[in-house]
Write a protein of this length. Structure first.
Length: 354
């Protein structure tokens, strides 16, 4: 059994409504979620962000889209806080983390940066989630209806059933009727696909991660293709074709619309997504965001050095999946470890089967 509860607007023990309308409250919530006395590193996660640098990344996204608070207190919620709680002694922390990972593949979460962690300091295992209120891709704010909330709860119930966990009868009665797979807002990842990615031996995942790293430091199509070439990938990017085709050193091909999480509308290596990222990278240079430029240059040098090493020694076919310093969450957060100079001013900016 899992209970999903959103905290924004709810009353605390003092009868006061809980709000997160300051950047300070965002930082405090993230620090609470990642508190060492409550969780462990392997029970933490981040969507479009590194948990360790999530606050800076949240702020950068708000700055890019001109959505930083205009004063000490914002008119809108700056972060969305919710939990997924399980019945006592019914689940392990590791399974709770897997369920949290899958919960966030729902379409309603697409494009939002989320940091989360499973807490084990109480009898009942529970996961805390913090969602950046500004969408990473679109710049739109988080808005959710009661109907949408129910869809999230139904998805949580479905994940519980898949893992032989109990479901609250009352919640079961309110489930949205099942629809055909092609019309669903979320898709399942096959066991083989999930295992390959989890064990760090998925060529599709490796292609995705390499591309995500390259796009972080590229300001144009030519720069992006050059970096991908250095890692042994051929990139077919033609104006007459809708999709980009990526070919790895073993000759395996995949189109850009299949790389990522299509059900979540997260396909970061399509023409549209890459052009947006290139524009943001050029904007960083134009606005002289020094700390970000330093981080990007550091990552660029790391990638080029790694490419040279791989050219001499190809014994590790999945370097991005098996290198702690080059996992996607690190790549997303690397350029944000220092303070963002312009942020306070509001300026700027299917895995394969076995």
């Amino acid at each position: 059994m899992a209970i999903v509860a959103f905290f924004n607007g709810r009353k605390n023990k003092k009868g006061e409504k809980l709000t997160y309308k300051t950047l300070g409250s965002v930082r405090r919530l993230i620090n609470y979620i990642l508190q060492e006395s409550k969780t462990r590193d392997e029970l933490m996660g981040g969507i479009y962000c590194n948990p360790k640098t999530a606050f800076d990344e949240f702020v950068l996204t708000k700055a890019i889209h001109n959505k930083l608070p205009e004063g000490p207190v914002s008119k809108s919620e700056e972060v969305i806080h919710f939990t997924q709680s399980f019945k006592v002694e019914e689940i392990t922390p590791e399974l709770a983390k897997e369920i949290a990972d899958k919960l966030l593949t729902h379409k309603l979460f697409e494009g939002f940066q989320i940091v989360y962690a499973v807490h084990t300091d109480q009898q009942h295992i529970h996961t805390h989630f913090a969602i950046n209120s500004v969408n990473y891709e679109t710049g739109l704010r988080w808005h959710i209806s009661k109907y949408d909330l129910q869809k999230i709860k139904d998805w949580s119930n479905e994940l519980c059933r898949e893992n032989n966990l109990s479901v609250l009868p009352k919640m079961e009665q309110r489930r949205i009727p099942k629809v055909k797979m092609e019309n669903r807002l979320h898709e399942h990842v096959s066991k083989g696909e999930y295992r390959a990615a989890k064990e760090g031996r998925s060529w599709k995942a490796e292609t995705l991660y390499a591309g995500m790293a390259a796009r972080k430091v590229s300001r144009s199509r030519d720069e992006f293709i050059d970096i991908m070439n250095r890692f042994g990938y051929q990139v077919r990017w033609e104006e007459s074709r809708k999709d980009i085709t990526y070919t790895n050193s073993d000759g395996k091909k995949i189109n850009s619309d299949k790389l990522g999480y299509p059900a979540k509308n997260f396909t970061p290596l399509t023409k549209e997504s890459l052009e947006k990222q290139f524009a943001l990278n050029r904007q960083v240079e134009t606005n002289h965001n020094t700390s970000i430029q330093i981080g990007q240059e550091r990552l660029r040098n790391q990638l080029l050095k790694m490419a040279d090493t791989l050219a001499k020694d190809s014994s590790n076919p999945y370097p991005f999946q098996n290198s702690d310093s080059l996992k996607p969450y690190f790549i997303d957060g690397q350029a944000l470890k220092d303070k963002i100079i312009e942020s306070e001013k509001g300026k700027g900016l299917d895995w394969e089967k076995d």
